[in-house]
Design a protein around this ligand. Sequence first.
Ligand code: IPM
Ligand code: MN
Length: 351
Amino acid sequence: MKFNIALLAGDGIGPEVIEQAVKVSDAVAEKFGHEISWKPALTGAAAIDAVGDPYPDDTHDICASSDAVLFGAIGHPRFDNDPSAKVRPEQGLLKMRKALGLFANVRPTFTFPSLLDKSPLKKERIEGTDLVFLRELTGGIYFGEKGRREEGETAYDNCVYTRKEVQRLAKKGFELAMSRSKKLCCVDKANVLETSRLWRETVQAMEKDYPEVEVSYEFVDAVAMRLVQWPNSYDVLITENLFGDILTDEASVISGSMGLMPSASLGAKIGLFEPIHGSYPQAAGKNIANPMATVLSAAMMFENFGLQDEGKAIRDVVNKALNEGVVTEDLSDGGKAYGTKEVGDWLAENI
Ligand code: IPM
Ligand code: MN
């Protein structure tokens, strides 16, 4: 097959980890007889510096006309400490999600047998964990009306959901549950929030269309606790934008390193694939960032094209690297640490 992939490296460690994912993807393409044409485009702080917009129209055109987007990270400390900044890199990510209709963010959390000791959680708690969050990505408090009143002394962010938004996300959740262990957990705060009551009511009404799926409804505060207590009791979890943002960072701890967890954002037509870690500015340019989350995001990209063997080839080689200790310093335990580039080279060579 022939693919056009928009390549949005972004900020911080983005460019370094993206470079490794490109190498590994090219190796997979060569092995399986595909052709990838990469289309680099600007985003984040890099795009603000170049053209004053974190998601410029040119970048959108490149994304919209590609088969998928491979994304690094955006964010820069110079904006984090300046609440008055008018343009922020993160706005680019939100604009892109909306413009590309990426309403479903798929964030898996799984353990690697060779890394069970790396998690701050006890091995017997996390063994066998293999769960997926489906986070709603283009609605809720992230996109509601926000502002200040009373001369800036009061601030508000509205949380708004429509039934349709809940339905299309929940549909993906039910379908994913059907392809896995047929267990679905709807995470909300229906004891307090009206939007959560709409979520619960909407999902309840859909249960009859998926009689085989066992659905549970749990409050977000309880899930935050059980997630680290009994992570392997969960399978597919669906939730709204902000709850999903917070819980997926929490869940990533289970795997042992945030540098390992990939994600996919799906919706209308094309998908976007990105590591869940951020731009990690302290590590930028030092060749120490773990590229595996981005490499595994490329695996999700192939799988989303229906190319399961290609995805598996990547997952297998990452496992091999972990087993053989070909890892960056976040996982080296004081032993030999490889550089970002060296891990990428090793993965590509071993495909
Ligand atoms: C994420 C990030 C983003 C979000 C930020 C960078 C806007 O934390 O992808 O989880 O909050 O969605
Ligand atoms: Mn986040």
